[in-house]
Design a protein around this ligand. Sequence first.
Ligand code: HEC
Ligand code: HEC
Ligand code: HEC
Length: 164
Amino acid sequence: MASPLRSILAVAGLGLLLSSPLAGAGNLLPEIPKAKARVSATQGCVEPTEVMRHNHMKFLLHHRKEALREGVRTKKYSLMECINCHVPDPDSPQAVHYGNPKHFCSSCHTYAAVRIDCFECHRDTPLPSSRKSTSASGVTAPVTLASGVDAHALKKASSPAEEN
Ligand code: HEC
Ligand code: HEC
Ligand code: HEC
C-alpha cells in the first residue's frame, strides 16, 4: 500500500486543492475508510486501486448502461457489490450513510464537492445481516423503486452523471 498521503495526492481533481494555502494541515485531507475485504490476495479492488481512484465512475456508468439496456448482469461493477465491500453493515456499530464523510463514497466526494444522486434509489449500506441471503445471489437490488421502471432513462435529462 502507498502511504495515505500519496494515495490522496493521486486522486483526480484533488491535487489542485492541495496547492491551496490551507494544504499542509494534514487533518484537512479526506480519510478514506478501508475496505472490508479484498478481491484476491494480489488485488484489493475489482481493478487496480490506482485505476479505481480515477475511473470508478466510468465503470459504474458503463456497467449501468450494459445492465439496463443490454441485460448484461455481472457482479464485477455492480454498485451493490461496491457497497458490500466498502461500507459497514447497517446493524453494526460503525453503520454510516452517504453524506457522512466517514462513508466510503462520501469520504472523497465531500472533500472534492462531487455530487451524485445514486443513493436516492440505491442502498448506501449493505443489506442488514437478517436479509443477507437475498444478496448472496449476487443480484443487485436497488430497493426503493417499483421494478420495471427505467429510472436511469427518466433521470437522464437532468442527471449530470452520464456515461461518455
Ligand atoms: C471485494 C472487495 C471490493 C469490492 C467488491 C470493491 N472494492 Fe474498491 N477497493 C477494495 C480494496 C481492498 C481497495 C484498496 C484500498 C483499501 O484497502 O481500502 C479498494 C479501493 C477502491 C478505491 C480507491 C480508494 C483509495 O483508497 O484511494 C475506489 C475509488 C474504489 N475501491 C471503488 C470501488 C467501486 C466503485 C466498486 C464497485 C464497482 C468497488 N470499489 C468494489 C475492495 C473492494
Ligand atoms: C478516492 C476518492 C473517491 C472515492 C472513495 C469515491 N469517489 Fe466517486 N468520485 C471521486 C472524484 C474526485 C470524482 C469526480 C471526478 C471528476 O469529476 O473527474 C468522483 C465522481 C464520481 C461519479 C461521477 C459524478 C459525476 O456526476 O460526474 C460517480 C457516479 C461516483 N464518483 C460514484 C462513487 C461511488 C458510488 C463511490 C463509493 C462506492 C465513490 N464514488 C467513491 C472520488 C472518489
Ligand atoms: C431514480 C432512481 C435511480 C437513481 C437516481 C440511480 N439509479 Fe441505478 N438503478 C436504478 C434502478 C431501478 C435499476 C435497475 C435495478 C435492477 O434491475 O436490478 C438501477 C440499476 C443500476 C445498475 C445496474 C445494476 C447493478 O448495480 O449492477 C448500476 C451499475 C447503477 N444503477 C448505477 C447507478 C449509479 C452509479 C447512479 C448514480 C450516478 C445511479 N445508478 C442512480 C435506479 C436508480
